[in-house]
Design a protein around this ligand. Structure first.
Ligand SMILES: NC(=O)c1ccc[n+]([C@@H]2O[C@H](COP(=O)([O-])OP(=O)(O)OC[C@H]3O[C@@H](n4cnc5c(N)ncnc54)[C@H](OP(=O)(O)O)[C@@H]3O)[C@@H](O)[C@H]2O)c1
Length: 282
């Protein structure tokens, strides 16, 4: 641990010194440490979800002690079992994020906190409807489970990170930037996360806390039929199918040394699907 911390400090000092020299200089390369997050404590809300699980396992195999948060005990137990099978340290914590007191006491009781990933949330799904038919109960629920939980967890986590620094990543969606018919509540909640993170980044920067957004595009949740596979490939400009690991990779980059100079950013991971118009018919 000490060697790792000294190596990091040394790299930071080298970077600072190099910045004061001429423009032509030798680059200070990153380490090839196989466990770059060793000694770090990470919390992943929604850690039992489809993307959340991939993020938990990625941070854990990089050496972090990870707390996966969710409501369903059996889903949390299987995330912990996966972590154990990988030889990693993963804990499952049953916390309902709509319970402010439970959230506060969870963060207050942590031994330390270096990384927070806010992945809990979800869309209207079966209750999706045009806004003129949508009920305010569904809208309230979607905004609470995506936006309010994110703000609440960032507030509680940043209180723990003050004076120590930290990394925060909040999951939004390309729908937050581009919108989607019948999902206006979800679009509003995810757009809210992007705005919130920009404002929080300005406040948290001077506290050595970096906060960014990862916006996934469509990531299939289960097995795909041949037709679905063709559609998925044709839906983005790369002709690829998005995987849970692609999102975990983006999160790992932002919370790792690579994210040293990045804050308030929205990293879109969607194979270019949301880029814009695809051209005219041939
Ligand atoms: N999957 C995609 O294609 C995609 C695309 C774009 C954006 N996203 C965003 O990425 C994030 C992760 O997606 P996902 O696919 O992992 O979602 P998911 O499979 O639906 O999982 C949602 C997670 O959030 C937790 N959760 C929801 N409300 C909670 C609450 N009040 N208290 C505690 N935990 C709560 C759930 O725990 P319980 O089950 O225990 O309640 C579960 O762990 C979400 O914010 C989603 O909107 C996903």
């Amino acid at each position: 641990m000490l060697v790792k911390r000294l190596t990091r400090k040394f790299r930071a000092v080298c970077l600072r010194l190099a910045q004061q020299t001429a423009t032509s200089r030798t680059y200070v390369l990153g380490t090839t440490d196989p466990k770059p997050l060793l000694g770090k404590v990470a919390v992943v809300t929604g850690g039992s979800g489809a993307l959340g699980r991939a993020i938990v396992q990625r941070l854990a195999v990089e050496g972090a002690t990870v707390y996966a948060l969710g409501r369903d005990a059996s889903r949390l137990a299987s995330v912990v079992a996966e972590g154990v099978a990988l030889g990693a340290e993963v804990h499952g914590s049953q916390v309902d994020l709509s319970d402010d007191a439970a959230v506060e006491s969870f963060f207050a009781d942590l031994p330390r906190l270096d990384i927070l990933v806010c992945s809990a949330g979800g869309s209207e799904r079966d209750a999706a409807a045009p806004i003129w038919q949508q009920s305010m109960a569904v809208i309230d629920d979607v905004i609470a489970s995506n936006l309010r939980t994110t703000i609440q967890c960032v507030a509680a986590a940043s209180r723990r990170m003050l004076g120590e620094g930290g990394r925060i990543v909040c999951l939004s969606s390309v729908i937050g930037e581009r919108g989607k018919a019948r999902f206006s509540g979800y679009a509003a909640s995810k757009a809210g996360i992007i705005g919130f993170v920009r404002a929080a980044a300005i406040e948290l920067g001077e506290q050595d806390i970096r906060i960014n957004v990862v916006s996934p595009g469509q990531i299939p949740r289960g097995d795909l039929s041949p037709d679905q596979l063709v559609w998925q490939r044709s839906s983005n400009v790369l002709g690829e199918v998005g995987a849970h690991e692609d999102i975990a990779e983006a999160v790992a980059y932002l919370v790792g040394d690579g994210g040293r100079f990045i804050t308030g950013h929205n990293l879109v991971v969607d194979g270019g699907r949301s880029l814009g118009l695809r051209g005219d018919a041939k």
